[in-house]
Design a protein around this ligand. Structure first.
Ligand code: G3H
Ligand code: 13P
Ligand code: ZN
Length: 322
């Protein structure tokens, strides 16, 4: 089937108490690993492309890779989404260039400015049959905050969401409830340690999510920064020449809980990077004389498929929902 918007997927996800996985893509092997998992699990899928991915791989290559995935997976709905669109021009370029969904991320701007730029993107996108994700609250910098009032200021303020959504007309809203981008989401000082010495991060702010949902009934909420940073892959990296001490992510059971609530889209990128990097490092440690990319990218692609399969079934709950 042709690429779809997220409208139908989110409606079904909201009503069904699960979330759709949004996975970042940068090359063919990543696209293949993700889509093979989604096809086998019969799961709806969002493939998302960042500004950095477009700079690395080129807009056209990425669109064509995702279109190829849709041809190879005719039985599941796939949306092509711009992740963290920084400005109107980038959003317009993706809307004009085959994307079915864009994010305008003006969350670092003051409230009125965020509304104005988001509204402009929404008007253009809706005129072209494309949907828009916006963001209120800020994930970045959570780790720098040391006191409660500063911490609170970066979370989404529930009292702002109704005005923001009604004035912008956005189709989904990313909120900040304590998730964070990358493989080092929290400093050791922000965490406790369990008996095994593993860092345990502070819990997500479900009180904020619940208040947002109460104010926006039926409206799809998005969580960014939702990699779990599997210690299995951190260890694989560290055992094979890497150095990633104390990498820590969001516990999967908290994401599972969010998926049963109003969260309809969960963004996962770092976990795929860890799986790919760990697999390649291990491959070279085991086969120092090999130099064929098809050989070392084969286990990398297989492990991306394995981790996405696990997310679809055990975290997002969207397996079998296509
Ligand atoms: O949230 C950002 C995504 O993980 C994409 O990262 O900007 O390095 O492509 P990137
Ligand atoms: P992670 O870094 O936790 O994978 O988050 C990815 C993301 O939010 C992409 O927008
Ligand atoms: Zn993000």
């Amino acid at each position: 089937m042709p690429l779809v918007t997220t409208t139908e997927m989110f409606k079904k996800a909201y009503d069904g108490g699960y979330a759709v996985g949004a996975f970042n893509v940068n090359n063919m092997e990543i696209v293949q690993g993700i889509t093979e998992a989604a096809r086998e699990q019969h799961a709806p899928l969002i493939l998302q492309v960042s500004k950095g991915a477009r700079a690395y791989a080129n807009h056209t290559y990425l669109v064509k890779l995702v279109e190829a995935a849709a041809i190879e997976c005719p039985d599941i709905p796939i949306a092509l989404h711009l992740d963290h669109g920084p400005d109107f021009e980038t959003c317009k370029s993706c809307i004009d260039g085959g994307f079915t969904s864009v994010m305008i991320d003006a969350s670092s701007k003051p409230f009125e400015e965020n509304i104005a730029i988001t509204r402009k993107v929404v008007e253009y996108a809706h005129d072209h049959g494309v949907v828009v994700e916006a963001e209120l609250g800020s994930l970045a910098g959570v780790e720098d905050e040391v006191n409660v009032s500063a911490e609170d200021s970066s979370y989404t303020r529930p009292e702002e969401v109704e005005e923001f959504v009604s004035r912008t007309g956005c189709d989904s809203l990313a909120i900040a409830i304590g998730t964070s981008h990358g493989a080092y989401k929290f400093t050791a000082a922000q965490c406790t340690r369990n008996e095994q010495g593993v860092l345990v991060p502070p819990p997500l702010r479900f009180d904020i999510l619940e208040e947002v949902s109460r104010r926006l009934p039926g409206f799809p909420i998005v969580l960014h920064g939702s990699s779990s940073v599997p210690q299995e892959y951190v260890k694989m990296i560290n055992d094979n020449g890497g150095k990633m001490p104390d990498a820590v992510g969001i516990p999967e059971e908290q994401l599972r809980k969010a998926a049963t609530l109003s969260v309809c889209k969960i963004n996962i990128d770092s976990d795929l990077r860890l799986a790919m990097t760990g697999s390649i490092r291990k491959y070279f440690a085991d086969h120092p004389d090999h130099f064929d990319p098809r050989q070392y990218l084969t286990p990398a692609r297989a492990n991306i498929k394995a981790i996405v399969t696990h997310k679809l079934i055990d975290v997002l709950g969207c397996a079998g929902k296509a």
